[in-house]
Ligand binder design. Structure first.
Ligand SMILES: Cc1cc2nc3c(=O)[nH]c(=O)nc-3n(C[C@H](O)[C@H](O)[C@H](O)COP(=O)(O)OP(=O)(O)OC[C@H]3O[C@@H](n4cnc5c(N)ncnc54)[C@H](O)[C@@H]3O)c2cc1C
Length: 862
C-alpha cells in the first residue's frame, strides 16, 4: 500500500515576460472555509489581482515581492497562490473523491496529523502558512474538510511548491528566512517527538544540519539559498519529493469514523488487486505450484493411498472372510488406520534422522523434511478423529451384544477381549483419557498462551500411551517397534550426551544484557559439540529451572571453537527469569559468581566487549582450570578450591545441535536472509561463519605483512555467490545485538573488494526499523532529509554508523525483490532463495511475494 495512484500534476510554468495564465482568476474569498477561529483572508495576497493590474508591474505588493525574492521563490510563490485560489470544483478528482470519506465534521488537528502521518505542530505550521493572517497567539484546533483538501492539493503539487512549503515550515515568522534558531527549534521539537535520538545525538544531528545549510556560518538563509543546496543533491530532492499527501492515507486512518471503506477500496482498487493476485496465486493449483511442491504432493498422495489400501484391506477381509458386523468393520478400519498413523507420528519426530535427510541434497528433495512438525500436528488431529470413530463403533457394538452388560464389556476383563488378559476394552478407556489430555494440552492457547510447560509435560504421556496401545491392539507392536526403538535410542543418546562434559554439560562464560529485553549468553563450547551455521540447541539452566530445556538458535559461528553464543529475548516465564537473574547479578556488588556480565543496554559499546575479550584471551585459561579441577589443590574448611570454583560457575546443559532449513543456505546461489526481530539469530550465525571463512583465506605477505586472500575469499570454492541480509526491527536500537558483526563484515567486504577489483559485491545489508511508519510520508521527510545529510557528511548511517542505510518503515517487498532480478548484477528468479525467521504475519506476506516472483521460500519457525 505504498504506491499512490498515478497522479498527474499541472506544473504552472510562468514566464515572467509572458501574460500570466488565465486560470489565476479566483479571489481568496472563494477559498474561505471557517476555521474554528475565523481567518481574515483579506490580508492574504491576491496574486491574480496583482498580476492582472493594468500597470503590468503588479503594483505595490508584487513589486515588493519581486524585489524580495528571486526566480525560484517567485515561481513557487505564484504556483502556490494559484493553487490556493483554485475553486473547490476544480480540485483533482482523486482528492475530492478520497476526501469524501472524511465526512462533513470538523477534524481536530490531531486527527489531521494522523491522517497525513505527521506531527500536530507541523499541521499547525502548515495551516498558518496557508492563512498568514491567523494571529500567532491563537490556537488552531480544528480544520474543515475543504481545508484538508487544500492542504492535500498543495502537497500533491510541484516540487517547487513543496520545497517552498517545507522551507516555510522551517522558517520563523515572516517565512522569508530560515534562521539558525528556527531550524534548531524545529528539529529539536520534531526529533524529541519521534524519540529517535538521545540528547547527545540530537545535538550532533542539528549541528550537521546547520552546517549543511551554512547556518553555522551565518544567521539566516533565504529560499533561494535553501533551494540551491537542496537541488544540488539528488537524494535531498528525492526526500523533498516525498513531502506529499497520498489520498489513500485518508482511508487507512481508523481514527476517522466516517470513512466508507468499501467505496474507497473500489476507487483505489489497484492497491487491493495486487493483494488479491497474491492470494489467488497461492491458492490456485497452478503448474508452477505443483512443480514447487512436487515432493509434498507425491508424499500426500502416498499417504492417502496407504490409508486407502488399509481401508480396502479391512473391508475385504472383514466382509468376505470373517463376515463381521458393520460396526466392527468401522471399529477395525479406525483401528488399523490408528496403527499406521501412530507409527507415522513418531517417525516425524526422529530429529537425528531428519538431520541426516537435511544434510543429503537428494533426500531432502524427495522428502519435504521442513514440514515435519506441521505434518506431525496434522497427523495428531487425524489420530483424534480416528480414535473417535474407533471408540464410538466399539461402544455401539458392545451395546448390541447380549452376552454381557455394556458396562461389563467396557470396564472389565471378563469378556476376555484382546490379546493380553482381556484387557483391550479397559486399556481402550485409559487410552481415550490419555489422548484427551494430550490433545487438550497441545492446543494453541496452551502451547502459545504461556503454558508451554503444561504442553511439554503432558506430551510425555506418549510413553504410557504407546505401552497401553501395545496392550490394547494385537498388531500394534509390529507397526511401532521400528519407529519407537529409533525414537528411544535417540532419546537415550540425547540424555547421555547432555550429561557428558564433552558434549552437553558445560557452563556460562559471560553474559551481555542487550537492548530491548534481550540477553546474550556466551557458553563454553564442549569439545565434541559440532554444529552448522543456523542450527539450534536446547539449553537448560538448572539454577533457573531444574528440568526445563528451551530451544535457541546458536548465533555464533561453528568456526568459533571456544564458545557458543545464543541471544534470548525475554518473552515468557523462563526467559524473563533468565533475564532478571543476570540483570540482578550484574547489579550485585559482591560478585559471588565467576561470570562477567556486560551491560550493553546501558553502555552500547559493551556489546562487542565480550567478543573482543574472548578473541584476545581465549577461553583456554578456563579450560586449563578445567584440567586442574581434579588435582588436589588444597582444602579450605573441608571444601577444595576447585569445588569453590565449580560452585561459582553457572552450569548449563545443552541438547543438540538440531538442524533447520538454514542449512540449505550454502547450497544456494543467491540467498535473501530475512529476520524479524530476534528471528535474525540463524542468519547472524551464517554471516559470522562466512566472515570466519573469509578470514581463514587470508594470506599474509612475508615481505610487507599485507593481507591478501587465497582463492577462497568471499565467493571462491562456494556455490553461494550473493547474500542479501535484511533485518526488520521495531526499534533501531535492537540492531545493536549484531551491529559489531555487521560492521566487521562491511569492513571485511570493503577490504576484500579493494584488493580484488574483479569481484562483485557479496553482501548487501538492508536494515529497516518500523517504529516510525511509512518510509514515504510527509511526517518522515524532515527525518529523511537529516539522515541523508548525515550520511553525506559523516559517510555513515545515522542510526547504526554502518555504511548501509537504515530504512524507516516497513520493507516494500515488491520493490526489493524486483531489484534482485533487475539491474546489472541481477540474478535469475530460479537462483534466488529466501530464508525467513520472524513473526508469522510477516512470513505470510513474504511467502506471497516469493510465490509471485517465483523465488524459493524457507521459513524457520520459533
Ligand atoms: C527452533 C527454535 C529456535 C529458537 N531460537 C530462539 C532464539 O534464537 N532467540 C530467542 O529469543 N528465542 C528463540 N526461540 C524461542 C524460544 O525458545 C522461546 O521464546 C522460549 O522457549 C520461551 O520460553 P518462556 O518460558 O520464556 O516463554 P513461554 O511464555 O512459556 O512461551 C512462549 C512461547 O515460546 C515457546 N516455548 C516455550 N517453551 C518452549 C520450549 N521448551 N520449547 C519450544 N518452544 C517453547 C512456546 O511456543 C510459547 O508459546 C526459538 C524457538 C525455536 C522453536
Amino acid at each position: 500500500m505504498s504506491e499512490s495512484p498515478s497522479i498527474s500534476h499541472t506544473t504552472l510554468e510562468i514566464d515572467e515576460s509572458s501574460q500570466p495564465p488565465v486560470i489565476i482568476t479566483t479571489t481568496m474569498q472563494q477559498l474561505q472555509r471557517p476555521l474554528k477561529h475565523k481567518i481574515n483572508f483579506h490580508s492574504a495576497p491576491n496574486f491574480s489581482a496583482f498580476l492582472r493590474s493594468p500597470s503590468g508591474h503588479g503594483g505595490g505588493f508584487l513589486h515588493n515581492l519581486i524585489q524580495r525574492t528571486t526566480a525560484h521563490r517567485q515561481k513557487a510563490d505564484i504556483q502556490l497562490q494559484s493553487l490556493l485560489n483554485e475553486p473547490e470544483e476544480s480540485l483533482p478528482t482523486f482528492i475530492r473523491r478520497a476526501s469524501d470519506h472524511l465526512g462533513s465534521e470538523q477534524l481536530s488537528i490531531e486527527q489531521v496529523s494522523k491522517l497525513l502521518h505527521t506531527q500536530p505542530f507541523i499541521i499547525e505550521r502548515l495551516v498558518r502558512i496557508l492563512y498568514s493572517s491567523i494571529d500567532n497567539d491563537k490556537d488552531i484546533t480544528t480544520l474543515s474538510k475543504s481545508e484538508v483538501q487544500k492542504l492535500t492539493r498543495i502537497l500533491t503539487s510541484t516540487i517547487d511548491v513543496r520545497a517552498l512549503i517545507f522551507f516555510m515550515i522551517l522558517a520563523e515568522k515572516g517565512n522569508d528566512y530560515v534562521t539558525n534558531n528556527g531550524l534548531r527549534q524545529f528539529y529539536e521539537k520534531y526529533l524529541k517527538h519521534l524519540k529517535t535520538f538521545d540528547e547527545n545525538r540530537l545535538q550532533e544531528v542539528i549541528q550537521v544540519l546547520l552546517h549543511k545549510f551554512h547556518l553555522d556560518q551565518k544567521s539566516q538563509i533565504d529560499f533561494e539559498e535553501f533551494y540551491s543546496i537542496v537541488s544540488k543533491d539528488s537524494t535531498l530532492l528525492e526526500s523533498l519529493s516525498q513531502f506529499t499527501v497520498h489520498p489513500a492515507w485518508f482511508i487507512e486512518s481508523s481514527s476517522i469514523p466516517s470513512i466508507k471503506q468499501n467505496k474507497f477500496r473500489r476507487f483505489f482498487s489497484n492497491y487491493y488487486s495486487q493483494q488479491k493476485i497474491y492470494e489467488q496465486q497461492t491458492n490456485k493449483l497452478t503448474i508452477d505450484y505443483i512443480k514447487d511442491n512436487l515432493s509434498r504432493i507425491i508424499l500426500l498422495i502416498l499417504y492417502l493411498l496407504i490409508n486407502l489400501a488399509l481401508i480396502i484391506y479391512v473391508i475385504i477381509y472383514r466382509t468376505i472372510k470373517i463376515k463381521s458386523h458393520v460396526l466392527v468393520i468401522f471399529a477395525r478400519i479406525g483401528g488399523i488406520l490408528l496403527n499406521f498413523n501412530c507409527a507415522l507420528i513418531v517417525i516425524l519426530m526422529l530429529k537425528h534422522a531428519i538431520l541426516l535427510i537435511r544434510t543429503n541434497k537428494l533426500l531432502r528433495k524427495l522428502i519435504p523434511v521442513d514440514d515435519h512438525i506441521d505434518f506431525h500436528k496434522v497427523i495428531g488431529r487425524i489420530i483424534a478423529v480416528l480414535a473417535i470413530l474407533h471408540t464410538i463403533a466399539h461402544i455401539a457394538n458392545f451395546g448390541r451384544l447380549d452376552d454381557y452388560s455394556w458396562a461389563t464389556y467396557m470396564f472389565t476383563t471378563k469378556p476376555d477381549i484382546g490379546w493380553i488378559g482381556g484387557f483391550a476394552p479397559l486399556s481402550g478407556v485409559i487410552l481415550c483419557v490419555i489422548l484427551i489430555v494430550i490433545i487438550i494440552c497441545s492446543m494453541q492457547w496452551i502451547r502459545r498462551g504461556g503454558y508451554f510447560q503444561i504442553f511439554y509435560w503432558t506430551h510425555l504421556l506418549y510413553l504410557p500411551f504407546f505401552v497401553f496401545l501395545i496392550i490394547h491392539a494385537e498388531n500394534f507392536w509390529k507397526w511401532i517397534i521400528g519407529p519407537l526403538s529409533l525414537f528411544l535410542l535417540e532419546k537415550i543418546y540425547s540424555i547421555l550426551t547432555r550429561y557428558s562434559s564433552r558434549s552437553g554439560r558445560t557452563y556460562l562464560h559471560s553474559v551481555t544484557i542487550e537492548q530491548s529485553n534481550v540477553i546474550s549468553l556466551t557458553i563454553h563450547r564442549p569439545k565434541n559439540f559440532s554444529f552448522k551455521p543456523g542450527d539450534y540447541m536446547s539449553i537448560n539452566l538448572p539454577r533457573v529451572a531444574l528440568h526445563e530445556f528451551h530451544p535457541f538458535t546458536i548465533s555464533s559461528a561453528p568456526e568459533e571453537t571456544d564458545y557458543l553464543r545464543i541471544h534470548i529475548q525475554a518473552v515468557g516465564n523462563w526467559t524473563k527469569q533468565v533475564y532478571q537473574r543476570f540483570k540482578e547479578m550484574s547489579e550485585d556488588i559482591v560478585q559471588e559468581n565467576q561470570i562477567k556480565i556486560y551491560r550493553a543496554d546501558i553502555h552500547p559499546e559493551e556489546s562487542a566487549a565480550d567478543l573482543k575479550n574472548i578473541e584476545q584471551n581465549h577461553i583456554h585459561d578456563i579450560d586449563n582450570d578445567d584440567d586442574n579441577d581434579d588435582d588436589d589443590d588444597g582444602n579450605v574448611s573441608g571444601i577444595t578450591k576447585s569445588q569453590v570454583k565449580l560452585r561459582k560457575r553457572e552450569p548449563v546443559f545443552i541438547k543438540g545441535p538440531y538442524s533447520s532449513c538454514a542449512r540449505y543456505v550454502f547450497d544456494c546461489k543467491h540467498v535473501v536472509l530475512i529476520g524479524g526481530g530476534i528471528g535474525i539469530t540463524p542468519y547472524a550465525s551464517i554471516l559470522s561463519s562466512l566472515m570466519a571463512q573469509c578470514r581463514a583465506s587470508y594470506v599474509v605477505c612475508k615481505h610487507c605483512d599485507s593481507i591478501n586472500y587465497s582463492s577462497k575469499g568471499l565467493t571462491g570454492n562456494r556455490r553461494l555467490k550473493k547474500v542479501d541480509f535484511i533485518w526488520v526491527n521495531r526499534d533501531y536500537k535492537n540492531f545493536e545485538w549484531f551491529l559489531n558483526l555487521l560492521r566487521q563484515f562491511e569492513q571485511e567486504q570493503e577490504y576484500y573488494l579493494a584488493s580484488n577489483s574483479n569481484e562483485k559485491r557479496f553482501l548487501d545489508i538492508r536494515l529497516y526499523f518500523t517504529e516510525i511508519k511509512h518510509d514515504q510520508n510527509i511526517g518522515n521527510v524532515p527525518l529523511d532529509l537529516v539522515t541523508k545529510i548525515w550520511a553525506e557528511i559523516a559517510g555513515q548511517d545515522i542510526f547504526t554508523n554502518l555504511k548501509s542505510k537504515t530504512h524507516i518503515g516497513r520493507p516494500q517487498w515488491k520493490n526489493i525483490f524486483n531489484e534482485l532480478i533487475s539491474g546489472e548484477n541481477a540474478s535469475t528468479a530460479n537462483d534466488v532463495s529466501v530464508f525467513f525467521c520472524g513473526p508469522s504475519t510477516m512470513a505470510k506476506a513474504i511467502q506471497n511475494h516469493c510465490a509471485t516472483f517465483r523465488f524459493r521460500f524457507y521459513e524457520e519457525k520459533f
